[in-house]
Structure formats: C-alpha cells, structure tokens
Write a protein that binds this ligand. Structure first.
Ligand SMILES: NC(=O)c1ccc[n+]([C@@H]2O[C@H](COP(=O)([O-])OP(=O)(O)OC[C@H]3O[C@@H](n4cnc5c(N)ncnc54)[C@H](OP(=O)(O)O)[C@@H]3O)[C@@H](O)[C@H]2O)c1
Length: 236
C-alpha cells in the first residue's frame, strides 16, 4: 500500500539541521515533496526538494516562502512550524535580544507559518499543521521563563486553532518532546560536553513521532503528544 505521505507537499521550518532536518528527510523518504525553510536555506541535498532562505521571525519572508512552495509544487498539504531557539537563565539576567528572539522565532514564527499556510491547507480540502513545541510548552522549568512563555504560547495557539479548523479538515497537532541532542541552546544554557546530551533523544526519534501523527487515518487527529527520553524526570 502506498504511504499516505506519497506525493503530499510539505513546508518545514528550521529544516537545515536538528529535528527539522530529520522531519524533512523522513518526509522525503516517504515520497513527500518537501520545502525546507531556514535562514541558511539548506536543502540538505534532497533530490527534488526546495531549499528556501527564510527567517520565520519576519512575516513577509514566511509569506514569500510559502508562496514559493505553492508555486513550485502546486499546493500545500502539511506545514511544520519547527524553527526554534532557546536561551536559559534567570529572566532578569537574560540579554534582551535573546528574550526577543525566543518570542519572535518560536511564537511569532509559528503564527506567521500558520497564517500563510492555513488558506492553502483549507483550499486543498484539509491538511496538517504541526508545531514542534516542547515539554516546556506544558510544564514550567526553572531558568526557562521566556522559553516556557514561547512554548506555552505555541501550544495554546495550536490547541485553539484545532477548534477553528477541525470542520475544515485541517488537523492541528502539538509535538512536545523532552530533551533532544541537537545544536539547540548551545552556548545559551547547553554545552557540547554536558553529560545530559548522552541520554537525550535523537532528532530522528522525534521525526518518527511527527510522521506517526501525519500518517493517522483522516478520521483521527492527535492534539498534543508529549514524550521524553527514558532518563528524563517527569517534573511533576
Ligand atoms: N533540542 C531539544 O532538546 C528540544 C526539545 C524540545 C523541543 N525542541 C524544539 O524543537 C525545535 C527544533 O529544535 P532543534 O533541537 O532541532 O534545534 P537546532 O538543532 O538548533 O535547529 C534549529 C533549526 O531552526 C532554524 N532556525 C533558527 N532560527 C530560525 C529563524 N529565525 N528562521 C528560520 N529558521 C530558524 C535553524 O536553521 P538556521 O540556523 O539555518 O536558520 C535550524 O534549522 C525547536 O522549536 C525547539 O524549541 C527542542
């Protein structure tokens, strides 16, 4: 039986590395036509893929990137708002540019992606809008006040959109992983030699959950899925 992802058309933000790159690669392997958006515009060398230079903090750039995706592939079935940054530390000590970046990229970037993608998903007769949020979108962590704010915002936004878009056939899903070993927050709370990285999940393990959500029958929708590495605590 052909994969339900065969010949679908997907737009993935933050696709140049980490979780987004793993999602783009797995979608591509499943036969999806993929547009990869990031500031670097890397297409990862995926055959037939579209690499797009796009800062998700800038609404006009996201509009242009989605328009370029639809122009190249003819439609849009899947939008994955994955681009994100993190900087940890006490709120009063966080440099303001880091505060601004977490809100502008993690939260506003998701709003920009959704706003540009939704009309295309609806006109396709239904589709999928996913946010790669975080466990930090469900629970508060010390030293993560602004990251928490951006991720709680992302989760609440997607959950509300589910009400708005369900009868239009668009599924809205929050993907909420615990720790993933990537470049994320490197130098801003994480270091390459920190022992915790060892036990974290791989980007491919997170991407598998994204593809699981996308391959459910259209009669089923996953609202929020939360999962963690075996060694990570439950934090309440
Ligand atoms: N790593 C974790 O432990 C973890 C856990 C839970 C949730 N998450 C979430 O997972 C998502 C992906 O994180 P990751 O771990 O894969 O991080 P990562 O390895 O640092 O990758 C981040 C990606 O986002 C892109 N990006 C950053 N700023 C951008 C911008 N302004 N516009 C467009 N693209 C931008 C980066 O590419 P360019 O630099 O080329 O733009 C890169 O492709 C994030 O939303 C993060 O909050 C991560």
């Amino acid at each position: 039986m052909p994969s339900p992802l065969q010949d679908r058309i997907a737009f993935v933000t933050g696709a140049s590395r980490g979780v987004g790159a793993a999602v783009a690669r797995q979608l591509h392997a499943a036969g999806t036509r993929v547009a990869l958006a990031s500031r670097s515009g890397d297409d990862l060398g995926l055959d037939g893929a579209l690499g797009l230079t796009c800062d998700v903090a800038d609404r006009a750039q996201v509009d242009a990137a989605i328009a370029a995706t639809v122009e190249r592939f003819g439609a849009l079935d899947i939008a994955v708002a994955n681009a994100g940054v993190g900087a940890y530390g006490d709120f009063v000590d966080l440099p303001w540019d880091k505060v601004q970046a977490m809100i502008d990229i993690n939260l506003m970037g998701t709003l920009h992606t959704a706003r540009a993608a939704i009309p295309h998903l609806i006109s396709r007769g239904g589709g999928d809008l996913l946010a790669v949020a975080s466990v930090a979108g469900l629970r508060a962590f010390p030293g993560e006040s602004v990251y928490n704010a951006s991720k709680f915002g992302q989760v609440g936004f997607i959950r509300s959109l589910d009400h708005e878009l369900r009868d239009k056939g668009v599924r809205c899903t929050n993907i909420c992983p615990g720790g993933v070993a990537t470049d994320f927050a490197m130098g801003d709370g994480r270091t390459p030699d920190m022992p915790e990285l060892e036990g974290m999940m791989t980007p491919d393990e997170v991407a598998e959950v994204v593809l699981f959500a996308l391959t459910r029958p259209r009669s089923v929708r996953i609202l929020t899925t939360s999962f963690r590495p075996a060694g990570e605590g439950s934090w309440g």
